[in-house]
Design a protein. Structure first.
Length: 647
């Protein structure tokens, strides 16, 4: 691989832990891959290298690129997400990690189980947090490594009596998990980190397994993941790649300090920088650099464009949201009619709600688009219905799947389902459970037929999905009015299943890293504009990027005003959006927000000391091309021009 001097310095660094601050578009993936290849070339055995990423896709991409450099040796490098690594390790060491055939459950299952636990603590006429809010509180406390009580007392508005009830409710939830042998996502990291730090023999064994820990997207790690890295390092050396300016997931528990305070936390460590950008032109980077330079945090980076000069970013003002949405859509149509593909264009929105006007106009003008940041394929109700059949056949202890599957059938309610679940729980093996069910089942015989179908084809996951979909179709068609639209999701599911040799692998993989409908359909090469939320945009890029509604109370978002850390994260969100553009960056804004008129440089709420009410306030002349949005006029066909407002 051809490396620039900064990349080569990082790749060949020896003698200490290292944090590589890789600015946007500076080739962080290539640097990690080159580091692994260089280590192998220096004689490090591939199995002594652990590569941790935040998505399965990133791990596959890195191993694929590494294979092109070192051949089959690449397959000996263990690469995957934190969850994948921890679960795999615990499965290989079941006694040390107290593992007994646990079933991994996803967020939807967590909520269902929390509802069961919550029912005991609700009082008629008194409010109680929803199951989803309880799951969020539990998850955030776990990932930030805080006791639940401390989290509730410091970060919620609940009175002491309610705090006690919530703690008791979550204790009941945890009890139910233990009885059913469930592991939720947070349990995987928490159990691994707890035993790693509390059992010296396990820690010594794991520390002896690897010499080098390569970590991607370090800025996204949370305190629990930091504990895992901290427990595994020494003698293994950390090689962490990240960008403090792209740390935008605090709401998930990501800890900005894991990058910004790296040398304080890790003795014998150095920080190296990558600042040569291969994605954008210098004009786009000048705007992004200015945004960071305005921060009092001192990001200490200045991106330089390897590609050289290009087009000045545009900042376009509109009278209202509809004009803004209409102009963006018309501009997309004009570019497409000029020969550009729809997929060369990305529209970045701060939130789904902020894009509602634009979505309406895109639909009206028949512009094909995919929205990323919406419902995930594996979280859709009809997909969950199909998966509950497969999960029931795989594990007789998966009570959530059994309840959902049984109650799909007419005439089978919660009471019957609960009786079956209780009976299955008492059986010691799958064979014993199957025999018990056949002897005691007197309801619809099709229930057993579906289970038999899964077992019969269990060696072919794709065939199981296809046949299960056909089997359940009559039920699901009655359940969902828009069944024809939903049916195609099951076809996507079958295609994903073809990648797996076992049902357990299929279920476990996509429970840990769900795939969105849009991600799955993108595999088909559909030409469409990408409409994406700002938080989902990290890791993407496009020749032409529109950042819509870049206005006060959006950047920074009104909810962050008054909190310095949150305001600064909003700066980083905007920085991420800007640096997605390769050739053209177009920022749009309207002078109305909600029902209030907002003037440039002002805001409707107070910002923190040292913060700013509007992140583009004070933008210097010459760094953007300022414009006032003008919509196209429509030809009426009779020789006169009809203003767009009258169309």
């Amino acid at each position: 691989m051809e490396l620039n001097p900064q990349q080569r310095k990082a790749v060949e660094h020896t003698g200490s832990h290292v944090l590589v601050l890789a600015g946007a578009g500076t080739g962080k993936t290539m640097t990690i891959v080159a580091r692994a290849a260089w280590l192998i070339a220096q004689g490090v055995h591939p199995s002594r290298i652990l590569l941790l990423t935040f998505t399965r896709r990133a791990a596959r991409e890195m191993i694929g690129r590494l294979r092109s450099e070192v051949g089959k040796k690449a397959s000996r490098v263990l690469a995957g997400t934190f969850h994948h690594f921890c679960l795999l390790t615990m499965r290989r060491m079941p006694r040390q990690f107290e593992m007994e055939k646990e079933t991994v459950i996803d967020r939807d299952d967590q909520i269902q189980l929390m509802r069961l636990a919550r029912a005991r603590f609700r009082e008629k006429g008194r409010s109680f947090p929803s199951a989803s809010k309880l799951v969020n509180a539990c998850s955030y406390a776990r990932n930030t490594n805080r006791p639940l009580r401390e989290y509730l007392e410091r970060y919620s508005d609940f009175d002491p009596e309610m705090v006690e009830k919530i703690i008791d409710c979550i204790a009941e939830y945890n009890k139910r998990k233990k009885v059913s042998r469930y592991l939720d996502f947070d349990d995987i990291l928490f159990r691994f980190a707890r035993i790693l730090h509390q059992v010296p023999s396990v820690r010594d064994k794991l520390r002896g397994m690897y010499d080098h820990l390569l970590v991607d997207e370090m800025q996204d790690t949370n305190p629990l993941q930091w504990l895992i890295l901290d427990g595994l390092r020494d003698p293994a050396e950390l090689f962490c790649v990240g960008d403090d300016a792209q740390s935008i997931y605090a709401f998930r528990g990501a800890d900005f300090r894991n990058v910004h305070s790296f040398t304080e936390r890790v003795p014998r460590s150095v920080v190296l920088r990558l600042e040569e950008n291969y994605r954008s032109t210098q004009e786009i980077l000048d705007l992004a650099n200015w945004l960071l330079e305005e921060s009092p945090l001192g990001y200490d980076k200045h991106l330089r464009a390897n590609r050289g000069k290009g087009i000045l970013p545009r900042l376009i003002d509109f009278d209202d949201r509809f004009e803004e949405a209409t102009w963006v859509t018309e501009d997309l149509v004009e570019r497409h009619e000029g020969g550009a593909t729809w997929s060369d264009h990305m529209v970045i929105t701060r939130s789904a709600r902020a894009a509602r006007h634009l979505e309406a106009v895109l639909v009206e003008m028949e512009v094909p688009y995919r929205f990323i940041g919406g419902t995930q394929l594996f979280q859709s109700a009809h997909v969950k219905d199909l998966l509950c059949l497969i999960r029931s056949a795989v594990s007789h202890r998966d009570e959530l799947a059994w309840v959902r599957y049984l109650t799909l059938w007419r005439g089978i309610g919660d009471v019957t389902a609960a009786r079956v679940v209780e009976g299955l729980r008492e059986r010691q093996s799958g064979e014993e459970a199957a025999a018990w069910l056949r002897d005691n089942w007197s309801k619809d015989p099709r229930v057993l037929k579906g289970l038999d179908l899964v077992v019969e084809h269990s060696e072919a996951p794709a065939e199981v999905v296809e046949r299960s979909g056909e089997f359940l179709a009559p039920l699901l068609e009655k359940k969902y009015p828009n069944w024809n639209a939903r049916k195609s999701d099951l076809e996507l599911l079958a295609r994903l299943a073809r990648r797996h040799r076992s049902l357990t692998s299929f279920l476990q993989t996509y429970a840990l890293d769900p795939v969105s409908r849009t991600d799955a359909r993108r595999l088909e090469g559909e030409d469409a504009v990408t409409l994406i939320t700002a938080h989902s945009a990290k890791g993407t890029e496009s020749p032409v990027c529109y950042l819509i509604k870049v206005e006060p109370n959006m950047y920074p978002h009104v909810r962050s005003l008054g909190n310095f850390d949150e305001e600064e994260e909003e700066r980083r969100v905007l920085y991420v959006g800007m640096t997605r553009a390769r050739d053209e960056l177009i920022l749009t804004r309207s002078c109305t927000w909600g029902s209030k008129t907002v003037f440039w440089g002002g805001a409707t709420a107070a910002h923190s000391a040292g913060g700013v009410a509007y992140l583009l306030h004070g933008i210097p002349d010459g760094i953007v091309k300022r414009e006032v949005g003008v919509l196209q006029e429509t030809d009426s066909g009779d020789g006169t021009i009809t203003p767009w407002r009258d169309v």
